[in-house]
Design a protein around this ligand. Sequence first.
Ligand code: HEC
Length: 89
Amino acid sequence: MKTSVILVIGAALLASSQVSAFNVDTYLAQQCSSCHGSEYYTRSDRKIKSLGALKTHLRDRCNHVVTQKMDSKMLNAVVNHLNNKYYKF
Ligand code: HEC
């Protein structure tokens, strides 16, 4: 009984520390750079033309190919990061 309570608290702490420790740069380097780096976001014929398209692309395309899936918080952080740094919609 005691052990299971400790386990639940431990799991909750672990989950919250993972969220607060989420760092977009590290995530991009670990999950995305195996296929492409920022050159894709800045190429002259880039495909993403709006903030909505960026979000849809990340959610429906990129999230399927990465090993550590993005939840909606992470997704928003990545969208904002890419937009502030590269797309500037
Ligand atoms: C398995 C390989 C792979 C991984 C991993 C991957 N991508 Fe991509 N990504 C691609 C390919 C291929 C394209 C080009 C698709 C196209 O041209 O239609 C692309 C295109 C993109 C684009 C659109 C660029 C443009 O033209 O404007 C964005 C944004 C993007 N990726 C972000 C990411 C992010 C963020 C991650 C990590 C969460 C990621 N990708 C992980 C293969 C990958």
